[in-house]
Design a protein around this ligand. Structure first.
Ligand code: NAP
Length: 399
């Protein structure tokens, strides 16, 4: 198949858009491929004014542009842009995990209907080539789970807390200054960013489009000194991790939770803005992918890789959805969690199946025990109270 010549219209010239531009300057085959950049506001930029436009149609309705790269921070506008580009026969690269995760089935259908390609490696784990690896290399029945630190910003904050004794707010501010954090920090520290990435990884691992709203998700924003000391006394760190796991009878379970991890785990040593993904399978036990999960140049490099893949007419085949026996999403797996609250009576609100550790003190109470995912899903509203923090211990039943 011949190499396609690309004429690219880019949407967005923020952290990732500028990162992509810089990375492309190092790739001579592509250094004049960008013909237009659509942004939102008129302001002074590092490139001449003539590069920029403010009306999406200047790219979407330009027949000479065959490729759209969508790198904006507004998921609703991104949906309209990506859909419009695919419908007008343009291939698209996007880094927008929320837009893709929430519209996964429609995005797959749009590609098929219009015979175009939508690639989104940069949407999950920045510079780590996880999506294409799951799609192409792990394309057989051996894969059993994918677990990872999927959000660079919250990992940066937790690293600073555990390794540098920094305060949460100081670490969050630094993550924002360094360009790791999304405009709204809740997206990162609330676990939403990790969840959207996990939904994308689940599609390429097991071929099932799970609705993000159906998945157990808790973030790190309620972490307290009590939780940090609890982990440190046991020689553990707290990491925010997403996990999708194959269960018996073609079922899968998935969740995003803070996790207590010891030094024997690969993700224990994933620090700062780095991401790390552990892939487990029959026959090969476990493998580990590690790399920068945020920042302009690392994320730009993943976008560049998708752009060059388009030059070779690459498309995701969604092989697991196409060729595997369908998987179903199971919510009744039982996992062990640590649950700390400043209101001891809250502990009665959860249906723990068994308790391995319990403590009541003047400042906080906690329980470590087995609980069903269904019980936690039903208690999401209570879990969202800022007096409560939970973390998975990694132990599980019913798998
Ligand atoms: N930052 C990271 O490390 C990272 C990593 C992986 C994935 N991502 C994803 O990459 C995307 C971009 O993130 P970012 O950090 O680069 O964002 P950002 O720095 O906030 O930049 C956003 C850019 O989008 C432009 N924009 C916003 N709405 C627009 C619209 N309706 N039409 C045209 N342009 C519009 C803005 O224009 P103005 O310049 O005029 O304001 C700005 O240039 C997001 O989906 C994010 O989740 C980011």
């Amino acid at each position: 198949m011949s190499r396609q010549s690309l004429k690219i219209g880019v949407f967005g010239f923020g952290v990732v858009g500028q990162g992509l531009y810089e990375v492309m300057q190092k790739s001579p085959a592509l250094d004049d491929a960008i013909v237009k950049i659509c942004v939102k506001n008129r302001k002074e930029r590092s490139l001449p004014d003539s590069f920029f436009c403010y009306n999406p149609d200047e790219i979407l309705k330009d027949d000479s542009i065959n490729t759209v790269v969508e790198l904006i921070n507004d998921h609703e506008a991104a949906y309209t842009i990506v859909k419009g580009a695919l419908e007008s026969g343009k291939n698209v690269v996007s880094a927008n995990k929320k837009m893709i995760a929430e519209n996964m089935e429609e995005m797959i259908a749009l590609q098929k209907k219009n015979n175009v390609s939508l690639l989104y490696e940069a949407s999950a784990c920045g510079s780590i080539p996880i999506v294409r690896s799951l799609e192409e290399y792990y394309d057989n029945d051996l894969l059993t789970s994918v677990t990872g630190i999927l959000n660079g910003s919250s990992n940066y904050i937790l690293s600073r807390i555990f390794d540098n004794n920094q305060e949460y707010d100081t670490a969050l501010r630094e993550a924002q200054e360094l360009g790791y954090a999304e405009a709204d920090p809740v997206f990162d520290v609330g676990g939403f960013d990790s969840l959207y990435k996990l939904i994308i990884l689940t599609m390429h691992s097991f071929g099932i489009a799970v609705n993000p709203e159906d998945v157990l998700r808790q973030g790190i924003s309620h972490i307290s000194d009590f939780d940090i000391n609890y982990a440190k006394e046991k020689g553990l760190k707290i990491k925010l991790a997403g996990q999708v796991e194959r269960l018996s009878n073609n079922r899968i379970t998935l969740f995003v939770l803070p996790r207590l991890v010891g030094p024997e785990k690969y993700i224990y040593s994933v620090d700062e803005e780095f991401n790390g993904v552990v892939i487990k399978g029959l026959a090969y036990d476990k493998q580990f992918m590690f790399g920068k999960g945020a920042g302009g140049n690392p994320t730009g490099s993943a976008v560049l890789s998708d752009i060059t893949a388009l030059m070779h007419n690459y498309k995701y085949e969604y092989k697991k959805a196409k060729y595997f026996e369908p998987f179903t999403y199971c919510k009744d797996a039982v996992i062990e969690i640590y649950l700390r609250t400043t209101n001891p009576e809250d502990l009665e609100l959860f249906g723990f199946q068994s308790v391995s550790e319990e403590y009541h003190g003047p400042d906080a109470s906690f329980v470590t025990g087995m609980i069903s995912m269904n019980a936690l899903l039903e208690a999401q509203e209570i879990l969202n109270r800022d007096t409560i923090f939970i973390a998975a211990t990694g132990k599980a039943l019913n798998y």
